[in-house]
Write a protein that binds this ligand. Structure first.
Ligand code: ATP
Length: 498
């Protein structure tokens, strides 16, 4: 991870947000190469979900939705994590993610969580976990903490209202708090913690305007926000992040078939872009992990440097969401299939509330997984017997930020002009191209290996004589001499999506 984080900063993939102000924990900025990688991953997902099939359409909904959406979905009441403070080292963490320990067992930990601290003993309490940092069982009680960011919509300052309303009233703290919540409620909105709800709320509009027939899906990509108690592992868990979610509406009773279908599809999608497909696996949720509305769920997991962790959740969500939004609004969020027989009445035509399978992936988390999967170091020995390390990002060419670098060997004899002309042709073919004439050719190759550029086209004196170039492959470092059209065709072909 340290190497990836340093490469990301050095080469312009990911920067800390507001770095010159000391940085903002939990938010990241994508630099010139990072934005390309993220957009390429998003485009690959959109391609496989929307363009390559005729049963899924896309939407792009607003981040701020009606606050009642989040009451109905259960996020206001239920989207909360158990927040715990360690009384020994002062770490704040999520109880549900803390290391488990047997209730009543004795554990040893360092005072204050410091290596120099005294060795202390303690007994694991009824919660059955210890501090993830220092291992102490001396913990505060769990407090429920809602992960949604709250803000207000409109010009009225709820605080001004609050002060006006409590003036001359002798309220205690609890009453004041209730009054404040009351003032806030008038203009309260949330930043969405997931993109999924918009697909349920817009189900009817989408179905009616497209005449899609069940089974069909609605896909969306975009920003989500969670006030995470613990932000961790660089872009793995941040407070502002991007998701790629799809709600697939199906006939009740077919959920086992479609859950299997979507877990297979999604695993195949990750694996076809990966160097090490075995580092992606599926894990079925235990019964006690399932949300109350879900009848089955799988996680696509990646083997991160700290172990297996979630990359995407694929849940069978039953008819919970459509039913809830339908009941809350009085909208008829159902589907009529005239070719089916109603199983209850036995009459032709069946109106039902569709069930839903939801593959919910993290775009920014996939950026991290693809960087980890691509990072390689190759050791070799140079002519002087010195050990050299070649760092390369073996990103799939379709995902690579720069597809090809065009490099004149020298900055004279018409080579830079020729390089520009070839770059222009490559750009016309739709590729993101870098034209680079700074530094020695070896350094330029090394730089492009490190940022994952799959090909380098080198212009030399022979190019101006016979219109041939050398095409260098990032992964093998092998070069071949080709005509210019043949080199361009080869790059274009390799950059196609698998
Ligand atoms: P986790 O268990 O890691 O908190 P989750 O189960 O809460 O994740 P979901 O609600 O299923 O996550 O969201 C779908 C996907 O969105 C996740 O698989 C992950 O890729 C991504 N995601 C969720 N929370 C974050 C976050 N804070 N930062 C980055 N990506 C996230």
């Amino acid at each position: 991870m340290t190497k990836i984080v340093s490469l990301c900063k050095r080469r312009g993939f990911v920067f800390q947000s507001s770095e010159i102000y000391g940085g903002l924990k939990s938010a990241y900025d994508y630099g010139p190469l990072g934005v390309e990688l993220k957009r390429n991953i998003a485009a690959a997902w959109w391609r496989s979900m929307v363009y390559e099939r005729d049963d899924i359409v896309g939407i792009d909904a607003s981040i701020i939705m009606h606050p009642k959406v989040w009451e109905t979905s259960g996020h206001v009441a239920g989207f909360s994590d158990p927040l715990v403070d360690c009384l020994n080292c002062k770490e704040r963490f999520r109880g549900d993610k803390a290391p488990r320990a047997e209730v009543g067992s004795e554990v040893v930990f360092q005072e204050g969580g410091k290596a120099s601290g005294k060795k202390l003993k303690g007994t694991v309490g009824a919660c059955g976990y210890v501090c993830p940092v220092c291992g102490s069982p001396n913990l505060s009680d769990e407090r429920q903490f809602n992960g949604m960011f709250r803000t207000t919509l409109g010009p009225v300052d709820p605080l001004a209202d609050f002060f006006k309303e409590i003036k001359d009233k002798n309220l205690d703290e609890r009453e004041m708090r209730a009054q404040y919540e009351e003032c806030l409620k008038r203009s309260l909105v949330y930043l969405r913690p997931e993109t999924a709800q918009a697909m349920f709320v817009q189900f009817l509009n989408v179905q009616q305007t497209t005449s899609m027939k069940v089974p069909f899906g609605i896909a969306q990509q975009g920003k989500s926000f969670r006030n995470e108690i613990v932000v961790e592992h660089f872009i793995f868990r941040s407070c502002e992040f991007e998701q790629m979610e799809m709600e697939f509406f199906i006939e009740p009773g077919t959920q086992d078939h479609w859950l299997k279908y979507w877990t297979d599809e999604r695993m195949a999608w990750y694996r076809k872009y990966a160097n090490t497909p075995a580092n992606f696996r599926l894990r079925q949720h235990e019964d006690n992990e399932l949300a109350h509305y879900s009848d089955d769920c799988y996680d696509v997991e990646y083997l991160y440097p700290w172990g297996w962790g979630e990359l995407e959740g694929i849940a069978s969500r039953t008819d919970y969401d459509l039913k809830r939004h339908g009941a809350a609004t009085g909208s008829k969020l159902s589907y009529f299939d005239q070719n089916k027989t109603d199983p209850e009445t036995g009459k032709p035509g069946w109106r039902y509330v569709p069930y839903v399978i939801e593959p919910a992936a993290g775009l920014t988390r996939t950026v991290l997984a693809m960087l980890l999967d691509a990072y390689h170091e190759e050791k070799s020995v140079d002519a002087n017997g010195q050990e050299k390390i070649r760092v390369l990002l073996k990103l799939h060419p379709a995902l690579a930020p720069i597809k090809v670098a065009v490099l004149p060997l020298v900055k004279k004899d018409g080579q830079p002009e020729k390089a520009e002309a070839i770059a222009k042709e490559l750009r016309r073919a739709g590729l993101n191209v870098a034209c680079d004439d700074a530094q020695s050719i070896g350094k330029r190759y090394a730089k492009h290996d490190e940022v994952g550029t799959p090909f380098c086209i080198t212009i030399d004196t022979q190019t101006l004589d016979d219109q041939t170039v050398t095409l260098r492959d990032r992964d093998t470092a092998q070069q071949e001499r080709l005509t210019i059209p043949a080199a361009i065709a080869k790059v274009v072909e390799a950059c196609r999506h698998p």
